[in-house]
Design a binder for this molecule. Structure first.
Ligand SMILES: NC(=O)c1ccc[n+]([C@@H]2O[C@H](COP(=O)([O-])OP(=O)(O)OC[C@H]3O[C@@H](n4cnc5c(N)ncnc54)[C@H](OP(=O)(O)O)[C@@H]3O)[C@@H](O)[C@H]2O)c1
Length: 268
């Protein structure tokens, strides 16, 4: 047992396995008490017992299906009312394999509810509580597919582009209130998400696949370094900075009182 100074409570969604369970382990090691959210109560309880035994922190489970409105509201309410919560890891998410024209549209709908609607409502609840207090960290787990819509179906990558967009807007809004917001953009990471989505992890080239421990440790290192956006795989931070600078350079020309010359010329 290795008890560190108490950091408050971290509420982690999707904490029963994969990236969320790994955040739970690492944040407990850093001295956080935990509130663990996912649907599978038995798995959550197992994660909780292991972490309590290993680190001696307090771990509570809060089973909830985040696409069920009443259960989502319970988690939201916890974030709005519990001033002891100092961090939200907004991680629960799902993927759906396949092309838009062949898709089970109801699966896409469920994915949007989880990856977009639940993430937004939980982010807003934490932002309100943390903003009032003037401190707190919100980690939103997006994906590198936010930057690469050609690599997977556009609905999953679109939900992750939404999370990146939301995070960047939240950074602007919340930094003056003392709240940190980090977007984490993992590449392919070895978890159950691949099998759950109807795909297979074995189809991935091994050089593209990161182990979950390494991914989460890098993401937390990015948080410690004060990064607003962390891409664990990206070798050169300068490449992200150049991408951001190119996007900002568009800014002054994105809204003007005249169409561009090429359209005026074409329209005659
Ligand atoms: N693994 C990757 O390659 C990768 C890459 C980029 C981004 N990401 C993102 O990372 C996040 C975590 O993914 P992962 O790879 O760790 O996936 P995972 O192993 O499939 O774990 C997903 C977690 O979310 C929970 N969850 C799923 N549906 C839920 C629901 N309706 N309500 C509440 N909890 C729910 C699951 O628990 P229950 O089943 O118990 O509910 C589980 O704890 C996701 O947002 C994903 O999009 C993953």
């Amino acid at each position: 047992m290795n008890k560190k100074a108490n950091q408050g409570r971290a509420l982690i969604t999707g904490a029963s396995t994969g990236i969320g369970a790994t955040y739970a382990d690492r944040l407990a090691a850093r001295g956080y008490d935990l509130v663990l959210v996912a649907r599978d109560a038995a798995r959550l309880e197992k994660v909780a017992q292991e972490i309590k035994a290993r680190y001696g922190v307090q771990v509570e489970i809060l089973p909830a299906d985040l696409i069920n409105k009443d259960e989502l509201l319970r988690v939201e309410q916890r974030l709005r009312s519990d001033d002891g919560i100092t961090m939200l890891v907004n991680n629960a998410g799902m993927a759906v394999q396949g092309k838009l024209i062949e898709a089970d549209i109801d699966r896409y709908d469920t994915m949007i509810q989880l990856n977009v609607v639940a993430v937004t409502r939980l982010a807003a609840a934490a932002a309100t509580t943390f903003g009032k207090r003037g401190s707190g960290d919100i980690i939103n787990v997006a994906s590198v597919l936010a930057l690469a819509p050609e690599m997977f179906n556009g609905v999953y990558s679109g939900t992750k582009a939404y999370v990146l967009n939301l995070s960047q807007s939240m950074q602007t809004e919340l930094a003056p209130l003392g709240v940190r917001v980090q977007a984490v953009l993992p590449g392919a990471t070895r978890t159950e998400i691949w099998e759950r989505s109807g795909g297979s992890i074995s189809q991935l080239p091994p050089e593209m696949l990161m182990e979950v421990d390494a991914m989460v440790d890098a993401a937390l290192a990015g948080l410690d370094l004060g990064e607003a956006v962390t891409i664990p795989s990206l070798p050169q931070a300068a490449d992200w900075n150049a991408f951001t600078a190119a996007r900002h350079a568009l800014g002054p020309n994105l809204s003007r009182n005249q169409p561009a010359q090429r359209y005026l010329a074409h329209a005659g």
